[in-house]
Ligand binder design. Sequence first.
Ligand SMILES: [Zn+2]
Length: 408
Amino acid sequence: MDIFDKELPKKYEYCSVDYLFNKNTHSESLIMSFSDDDGKEQEQHYILKDASPGDALMTILDYNTKDEDSTLRAYDQLKKLADILPVKQADSSEDLLKLYEAYKPSDVNRVVDETYSIIRSAVELSPMMITILPDVYNIFSGLYYCVRRKKYLKLFIPSISHNLNRIGEFIEFFPEVYTKAREFCENVFLVDDLFKYKVDPNDIYEQYELYCSHSSIDNYLNTPVMPSSKKMKMKDSDLEQFIGDSDWTSFYSFVCKPEVSYYGEEYEETSIFTIEDLIVDEIRNMLVCKYVFRRCDLCGGYFKTRFFTVQECCTRPYKKFNVPCNEYVSRRYYKKRTAEHPLHNAYTKAYNRLYGRIRRGTVPADTPLSPQLMELHDAYTKLYDNADDDKKNDVVKEFIEKANELLG
Ligand SMILES: [Zn+2]
């Protein structure tokens, strides 16, 4: 589906649009609610993206690309909406009425074209800009409806004004929201060494301190996504119960007190109204799933992983090598490890002797001795790795003897 299809708001005149975020699958969708020809309430879902927990946050905070610049460029694009949509007149019903009463269908088409082309290019640079779309849809479907039935325009003005206000807020506060969100995530989720290994209660305390000392806590974890969501508050006395825990499962379950959905427990989707809502929801899910962000040891990019894993590198392709960073590093590590292996040194010496003969022409280049020596090396490497420490030297000695016998 093309979400920038001009026919959509026309087709569903007059409908309301929500941006939904599925708590379990993390898929994002647009849902349009409208009345059909018989006046029956209908809903139409459009899936925008399937994603796993933390993905939206990765995208929102550019952790996938490390490219802050593209978000700022997307924001510059989106700011242009303020010239096309009358966000400054949002609070004046009279101004809005006067403006839209003069609209012809061709005017609506023009505004839709201009708006879509701006949002489309902003979304290409930064996918989170899509959160502005439901407000835009709501305005357009109202306008398409009213441009043919001018007498109803007055009824729609409060709703249009509400949507315009939200677009205005997005444009005005985006840099602030974005900066705060990045800071918060870097402090809470970007973990370099702390959680690579089993978590100590002191670490839990440190992490708790991070939560509390960082001012953004009030703006995120204490901010209800839905009106009925529980607020998370932590006091020192709350912390005491976690001291002595060997992992931080209970700490997490405390931090992530179950949300009571606006629609009741059964409802697994959340309506997202702002980027802040999306961030709050994603943060909760990061905590529930025990995800953290780490900086890749190789390329320096961010990646998402469980806090208890030892993964040090990301899975993005490394430079021109067409292999993911983590694979590149493990291959390099394997090479290094084999190069340091005492048996490898003994093998190299034996091979050099054989190679000298091949070079001098006393042994043919395709001599079976070469694969035989390799087989011997592999067999003795296994013996060496499995031998007790005080027997390892004997294994190397035996390998040297066997290699000498083989090469004569
Ligand atoms: Zn990497």
